[in-house]
Write a protein that binds this ligand. Structure first.
Ligand code: HEC
Length: 219
């Protein structure tokens, strides 16, 4: 029984040597005799993962595409909203706007404005639709604003219940640059979550919308 203790100590020491040896072995396999080895730098880790889904998502933002052969206008999304507001926000009548090159185009609320507020991926890559927060539920934490219908947009923000017909006018009666809608979308700081972030300013978002107005004919 007396020689049991030294025996255990030797096993313990052997075990420690084994672990240290293993770590040294791993290091040498990875780095060789290089003390400035940086094979575990963070960008390497992600690229070397065997799980394909962990490859960093660096896909470029999808460029706006017009259907082949379409005559849609290329226009800045914020300018398009502005043109509709300045035109007195018509519900069914077409309104005019100019495309990026200054050419005259025509759009409608249903075809061109409604999707800006109700579709995902409009304002920046992977953006949520405005109406995922601003909808008929009139949530208090999203300013009691319903952008999901023409009536909701006109009724404005800070509404408590659907029965409340008038909230705060977000369109400033047609004065685009003075409107809460314009000012909220062009905030430089304290941008609410879900709104276009500073690195994707709405003023630079180009989309396809409307159609070129028929060339003016001289009688
Ligand atoms: C992820 C949720 C979310 C999304 C998506 C979202 N918003 Fe908002 N929105 C908010 C919140 C939160 C506020 C700030 C409420 C506050 O400050 O009380 C806000 C405020 C606003 C206001 C100001 C209302 C007021 O009276 O102050 C407007 C206008 C607005 N949003 C329009 C939009 C538009 C247009 C879009 C789509 C481009 C959009 N929002 C997308 C959550 C969202």
């Amino acid at each position: 029984m007396d020689d049991f203790q030294p025996f255990m100590l030797r096993i313990l020491a052997g075990f420690i040597v084994l672990i240290v040896g293993f770590i040294v072995f791993i290091y040498l396999m990875g780095c060789g005799f290089d003390l400035a080895c940086y094979r575990a730098q963070s960008e390497d880790i992600a690229l070397k993962t065997p799980v394909p889904t962990l490859i960093p998502a660096t896909l470029p933002a999808p460029a706006p595409t017009a259907p082949a052969g379409s005559s849609q206008c290329q226009v800045n999304a914020l300018d398009l909203l502005g043109a509709w507001v300045e035109a007195g926000y018509p519900e069914s009548q077409p309104f005019s706007f100019t495309d990026r090159t200054g050419a005259l185009c025509q759009g409608t609320f249903a075809a061109d404005i409604f999707p800006l507020l109700n579709e995902n991926h409009v304002w920046y890559p992977a953006s949520l639709s405005c109406t995922s927060c601003h909808n008929a539920a009139l949530r208090k934490d999203s300013a009691g604003l319903d952008l999901s219908s023409y009536a909701g947009i006109l009724a404005g923000s800070q509404r408590q219940t659907p029965e409340q017909a008038k909230g705060v006018d977000i369109l400033a009666g047609g004065h685009w640059k003075a409107s809460i809608l314009y000012r909220t979308l062009t905030l430089a700081e304290n941008i609410p979550a879900g709104h276009p972030p500073a690195d994707y300013p709405p003023s630079e978002r180009i989309i396809y919308a409307g159609a070129y107005a028929p060339a003016a004919t001289t009688p």
